[in-house]
Design a protein around this ligand. Sequence first.
Ligand code: ADP
Ligand code: GLC
Length: 510
Amino acid sequence: MNSLKVLYVCAEVYPLLKTGGLADVSAGLPPALAAQGVDVRLLLPAFPALVAGVTPEGPALPVPAGGAPGLPAGLGPQPGTAHGPNPWLQRGRISANGQPVWLLHAPGLYGRGGNPYLDASGQPWADSAQQFAWLGWAAALLGTGLDGGWRPDVVHGHDWHSGLCFAYLRQMGRAGTPVPATVFTIHNLAYQGVFPAELRPRLGLPDALFQLNGLEFHGQLSFMKAGLKYSDAITTVSPSYAHEITTPEQGCGLDGVLRQRRAVLHGILNGVDNTVWDPANDPLVQPGFDADHLQGKALAKARLQKTMGLKKQADALLFCVVSRLTEQKGLHLLPSVVDELVQRGGQLVVLGTGDAGIVAALQACAQRHPGQVAVHIGYDEALSHAVIAGSDVILVPSRFEPCGLTQLYGLRYGTLPLVRAVGGLADTVTDCSLENLDDGSASGFVFHELGAPGLGGALRRAFALQRRPADWLAVQRHAMALRFDWARAATDTLRVYRQAHAIPHGTAPA
Ligand code: ADP
Ligand code: GLC
């Protein structure tokens, strides 16, 4: 049997370009799918870091603008909306690991500083809609045979950046072009790619799609809603989040659309890339350690205390944060419990970037508690490994959390997660209640109500467990033995691909 061909459309991939967990997923899931026989190719915009890390193969493939001869009139971004000649696709492989990839080049749209979504001054790119419309359009063209030698059976798009490809493909299907099956994955419903309706003609979106039952969202264009309405199947990154986004509290205004599509909405938990996050073989944490040999972890703690300017104190319970510093992550709550944390003999290391108010409040905590609280503002991959390996507890008190990866890394490294019971955090961490300690299922500290009292209570449970060293060790061992593998996520994703491929495509009721 021929292997299933999948075009995997996303905006970032570790280790080349990463702003968050999306990049970890684009690095972890495709090889796990390939290991199960799927022929997966990534499609990303040609951001400079990606161009630098991809070895080109073969000739470039021009990407015609919508309305060109042979293309459905009015579909796709119009000529001249890129700031120069038309875009082109370059096939290649990620030099570090051989992953096949297409990079979409568009002069003026991607080859510039900043990150994929923000300019050098931290503002969203003024032409963000065009950037990702071209990505969607290139995906739709590859999906309908632009590359004569490789035509995907499934187009799998990630987050709003890929959303328009589903709208373009739907229109092509309606016009009689054979289209692939389509799967859309929500990593974070809070970021929706909403743009002024006036952009419609420049993005080549037919008027027929601009309606309540289409990609219109309160009078504007929503790339996220295009993905939700026009894909054959939808996945998101944990079972709990799959349920939560169908409720008004967590649906970000799209819960009604998601309830309509509940029959094809699947929650598939993310995994951990063992080639990157393995305490026994982590080049960034030497010597390594495992559940039966924790000496390396004690050394990592001493090293971290030194690097971060904390008092070298082996028995200080060391809490850490490795995160975007945003309200999503519940980190506005942290400053109000820091005094108690220190007073109980704990220490805190924060590694992150984000919201100026949260940054200032955490820096004030560090000033109040020199030697006990250290804050490093910045994005630092190597330091993130050192922090997670050297700490005792990792804090993820999120307001909402589609999956969350750092709590999984914490489990792996025996750094017990302290989390709020929401989304993927609820699906992956089990509280150290007496009954859970008793039956051996405890793996961390879980609180429910978003607020300082809940967070403070969970902190006190961590200190209480520290006073019971045998129990701490048992929980740590259990946490380190848990496995959240990409192989399982790949099996579930492949099942969704096969289901979507087996039914007549382009049949979503929009
Ligand atoms: P999200 O994608 O919502 O930010 P995740 O937990 O899914 O949250 O993924 C975050 C990823 O980014 C993890 O790999 C984490 O280690 C990494 N990360 C977050 N902040 C930093 C930072 N300041 N420095 C290095 N890595 C970071
Ligand atoms: C998003 C979510 C995070 C998830 C990640 C990868 O960034 O905020 O919870 O782990 O995507 O799916």
